[in-house]
Design a protein. Structure first.
Length: 335
């Protein structure tokens, strides 16, 4: 049984903790929080041991009536792997702690790529992370693009990727994020950071990305154009993508026209928190013109990296090969 510690129990951390607990070969040692809040209470209610991430604030948990199992150092010491789900920039500061206890760590896409030995996407470069000490699961958007690009490269070869990312202004609980009534180039310079981030998975990939933020909270939307090296048939490409375990090709018969209905669909299917772990790609958008491929896909920013974190745990510990890990993760989560 792989013992996994979760440092940070927010949007990503709480989802990863639940996903790890659902795996047949993993267990959650505990979760670390910087302060007592509703998420800390939820962690205790779900049966997770709670650890204080900051020693000087540890007393606040007792003051709030929450029992802790110790400090984050103790969590790290007891874990075979730590998933760092702390806010962007904090993970890099935690590297020294993980190295002190010789505990391999997994970081999130908000960290710079140089925080880790390898940037990771299970579909694309699982083997690169086997036995690594520091692995960075790439961001939600990079995860979605990597899942799409990998089978296209294998089947047809890729000459050039051009993607416009329409990004949510904030997660549903982030009342301090925006824009409120605006459409913002984000950034106004080209490329956005997403293209270079995809190149941490595919170093030789020619990719340009543009980003903009809109007043929405549910999901991101990608408008994708890929120039392939071989001329494809649209139906064949659609079938290829439908075969991918973490790409859902949304059938026109479902009547799902946007991200709001996608989220409703996930809730109706009983998905925890209404999560969509897969890329949601509209089947009717798959179009080819010569060697050019086009599609729209939606990415649930709160959850698509969750199965990737689980697979990264197995890669680091060399507990399974890529196919076995992905299959086990998918089966446990219901993907």
């Amino acid at each position: 049984m792989i013992r996994v510690g979760i440092n940070g129990y927010g949007t990503i951390g709480k989802r990863v903790a639940d996903a790890v607990r659902d795996q047949p070969d993993m267990g959650v040692v505990g979760v670390a929080k910087t302060r007592p809040n509703y998420e800390a209470e939820q962690a205790v209610e779900r049966g997770y041991d709670l650890y204080a991430a900051i020693e000087d604030r540890a007393h606040r948990f007792a003051d709030a009536g929450l029992e802790t199992a110790g400090l984050v150092d103790e969590l790290v010491a007891q874990s075979d792997v730590v998933v760092d789900a702390t806010p962007s920039g904090i993970g890099a500061k935690n590297c020294e702690l993980y190295e002190e206890y010789d505990t391999p760590a997994i970081y999130q896409g908000g960290e710079d790529a140089d925080v880790a030995d390898v940037s990771f996407n299970a579909r694309s470069n699982y083997d690169d992370a086997v036995g690594a000490d520091h692995v960075r699961v790439v961001s939600c958007n990079t995860t979605g693009l990597s899942r799409l690009v990998a089978p296209l490269r294998e089947a047809y070869g890729v000459e050039k990727v051009r993607t416009t990312l329409v990004r949510r202004g904030g997660d549903p609980g982030q009342s301090d994020r925006g824009p409120i009534n605006d459409i913002l180039p984000d950034p106004v310079t080209i490329p956005s950071h997403h293209g270079p981030d995809v190149q941490t998975i595919f170093p030789d990939l020619d990719i340009d990305t543009l980003g903009m933020k809109v007043p929405a909270t549910l999901m991101h939307m990608h408008s994708v154009n890929v120039t392939l090296e071989a001329e494809p048939d649209a139906d064949e490409v659609r079938d290829l993508l439908a075969e991918q375990s973490r790409i859902t090709v949304v059938d026109a018969d479902l009547g799902i026209e946007g991200t709001g209905q996608l989220k409703e669909w996930a809730l109706d299917r009983g998905r925890p928190r209404g999560d969509l772990w897969e890329n949601c790609l509209w089947g009717d958008s798959v179009t080819t013109d010569g060697r050019d491929f086009y599609c729209f896909q939606a990415i649930h920013q709160e959850s698509d990296v969750v199965p990737e974190n689980v697979d990264a745990v197995r890669a680091i510990t060399d507990a399974a090969d890529a196919a076995e890990s992905v299959a086990t993760t998918n089966d446990a989560l219901g993907i």
